[in-house]
Design a protein around this ligand. Structure first.
Ligand code: DAT
Length: 179
């Protein structure tokens, strides 16, 4: 196995759309200086998403995961990435140090997605995804259970305490790795 060269950790922030991933990533990037690796932006920049064939949901992109991994390979190798994406099991465990699954109450999530203009079908699919804990299961299956944390994101106080907790975790990670 290749030795780890990164001097800063790679952190995945995942969860159902609308739970608060991007809000957390932006705040964390600002406070820690780590890089917000917004996978939606990577997909757009490298044009690696194909339009969904679902006529009710033409804006959703199907992403070629192999090509995506090629695009971010160097970033992951460098370390210090805060990965913002609604899937997590495609990233190689050897390159990931922490997986945060952001969670939110269903009523709040419904209101947030409604505000985003999601149609009824897409809304229901995402609500089901949150209720069934799809992302949490995916994270627990793909990564060591000690690496996976569940974070509630319902109030602004939640964001502050989650970001503080992750900042503290980063400080400890650096100490543990002699950085
Ligand atoms: P995601 O990136 O998971 O799709 P987001 O960060 O764009 O989610 O957040 C969706 C909306 O919800 C956005 O208007 C900000 C709001 N929001 C998220 N987490 C929140 C929280 N803990 N308190 C208040 N508002 C929050």
């Amino acid at each position: 196995m290749a030795t780890m060269t990164r001097t800063e950790p790679n952190i995945i922030i995942t969860g159902t759309p609308g739970v608060g991933k991007t809000t957390h990533c932006q705040e964390l990037a600002q406070r820690t200086g780590l890089h917000h690796l917004d996978i939606n932006e990577v997909v757009k920049k490298h044009n690696i998403g194909e339009a969904s064939e679902d006529p009710d949901d033409p804006n959703t992109k199907i992403v070629d995961e192999d090509r995506l991994l090629d695009c971010i390979e160097n970033d992951l190798e460098d370390g210090g990435q805060i990965i913002d994406w609604h899937a997590c099991d495609l990233f190689p465990p050897s390159q990931i140090d922490l997986v945060c699954v952001v969670r939110c109450d269903n009523k709040l999530l419904y209101d947030r997605l409604k505000k985003r203009g999601y149609g009824e079908k897409k809304l229901q699919e995402n609500m089901d995804c949150e209720i069934m804990e799809v992302l949490l299961s995916e994270a627990r299956e793909a990564y060591d259970e000690n690496m996976v944390v569940e974070l509630k994101s319902e109030s602004t106080e939640d964001i502050d305490s989650n970001v503080e907790r992750i900042e503290q975790w980063i400080t400890n990670w650096k100490k543990d790795h002699g950085k």
